[in-house]
Unconditional design. Structure first.
Length: 161
């Protein structure tokens, strides 16, 4: 089970340019965009999954609706409830999902790290498959060579005209 708050694909949207940016540690802990950030109001205070494994905004809105009579102005507690929820990730039918958050890396860089890791795994599988086939080739070559040696010996002794 995974939590979005611990995932490298948790993002926020920048209102000025629409880009998805890394959700920093304080957002992951409080559910609120930290007010100490310069121009903190330029970020929407709702979580977005970079891989689209889950649509988190409707979950936050549903949590807020359930607490309608709470009269709380703290949207962050609803965000926090959603991003700290244990969930299966990636969900069925999705290829990408949870990857451990590494501070300072953008979601795109987290994706690139996964791609490199997958590439290395593929290369290792290829090396193993190549070794397997090389062994088969050597064994077959030895058997065929041995057959020709025996055939040559039989011809040399006159057993085969």
């Amino acid at each position: 089970m995974a939590k979005c708050s611990e995932c490298g694909f948790l993002t926020m949207r920048d209102k000025t340019n629409g880009l998805l940016v890394e959700a920093i540690d304080d957002y992951r802990i409080s559910g609120n965009v930290p007010t100490y950030l310069e121009d903190y109001e330029r970020y929407y205070n709702y979580p977005i999954c970079f891989t689209m494994a889950y649509d988190l905004l409707p979950e936050v809105e549903e949590a807020a609706r359930k607490q309608f009579f709470d009269k709380s102005e703290d949207w962050g507690k609803y965000v926090l409830g959603v991003i700290t929820k244990e969930r299966e990730c990636p969900p069925k039918g999705k290829a990408l999902g949870f990857t451990k958050y590494q501070q300072g890396f953008t979601p795109k860089e987290h994706r690139e790290m996964l791609d490199r890791e997958e590439w290395r795994d593929w290369q290792e599988r290829q090396r193993k498959a190549d070794r397997h086939w090389r062994i088969i080739e050597i064994v077959l070559l030895a058997i065929i060579s041995g057959g020709f040696v025996v055939l040559g010996a039989l011809i040399g002794r006159g057993y085969i005209p």
